[in-house]
Design a protein around this ligand. Structure first.
Ligand code: SF4
Length: 240
């Protein structure tokens, strides 16, 4: 069986087991987002998530930028077997036995070559051309998930974070790949997984203590975070 089918099978199996065990499923994007204010996650659970116009636009840009992905697993496996490098939006997940929950998510793009996962690409859209700690954490948790699913250390795995915006300027190339004509790359950084693995594992462990109810939620650590929060008006823990 090819690597994509194996990963898919492990994901489905893990999903079923977590349902049988009644372990909550926590999404990687939620874990990385809670880095800035865990209390906001509590408010989102109570009042719902706010979806802004910028977020909807970001979803569209995401689709455009990631249109180079192969979405059909059979087609992707055929291409891998014929020796090509393939990018695929794989679902990942593993059970954290100590915290009794499932960490789950879907990578923007994972690159496979010769039955190995060689790169994870995480794409962000934002006006401010900046890579945040949460971006690195998110991609790093995807990498940890692949390690758990494959059962092998992936120290040489490349992690690339790309921040882009939508513009209309004809076709562009970045790092040798042709991307959509309407997406401009503002910033791109790459890391080896082994450079950030310790940090990612430690941070995940700490954040999952909140998600598994082992400690009280932290609040924002800066006034800027609160000023940009949708719950500013109703939150009684904000920094004034
Ligand atoms: S206002 Fe500040 S403390 Fe309150 S939820 Fe938002 S970010 Fe957190």
């Amino acid at each position: 069986m090819g690597i994509l089918r194996t990963i898919n099978q492990v994901f489905n199996y893990t999903n079923s087991i977590s349902k049988i065990l009644r372990y909550p499923k926590i999404y990687v994007s939620e874990i990385s987002d809670s880095l800035y204010c865990e209390w906001r996650k509590v408010l989102e659970l109570n009042y719902g998530k706010v979806r802004t116009k910028e977020m909807r636009e970001g979803t569209k840009i995401h689709k455009e930028f990631l249109s180079f992905n192969i979405s059909d697993i059979d087609e992707a496996e055929i291409q891998i077997q014929s020796g090509r490098s393939v990018s695929f939006p794989a679902k990942v997940g593993f059970i954290h036995k100590e915290k009794k929950l499932m960490v789950s998510g879907q990578v923007d793009s994972a690159f496979f070559y010769q039955d190995r996962v060689v790169k994870i690409l995480e794409f962000k859209t934002r006006k401010n051309p900046k890579i945040y700690e949460s971006d690195i954490l998110q991609a790093g948790i995807y990498a940890l998930s692949f390690e758990e699913m494959i059962g092998k250390e992936l120290d040489d795995l490349e992690i690339q974070i790309v921040v882009g915006q939508r513009v209309d300027r004809g076709s562009r190339k970045h790092n040798g790949s042709a991307y959509s004509s309407k997406v401009e790359i503002n910033i791109s950084e790459s890391y080896r997984f082994k450079e950030i693995k310790k940090y990612v594992s430690k941070k995940l462990d700490y954040i999952l203590d909140f998600w598994s109810g082992r400690r009280e939620p932290n609040v924002a650590f800066s006034k800027d975070i609160c000023n940009n929060c949708h719950f500013y008006r109703i939150c009684n823990r904000k920094i004034l």
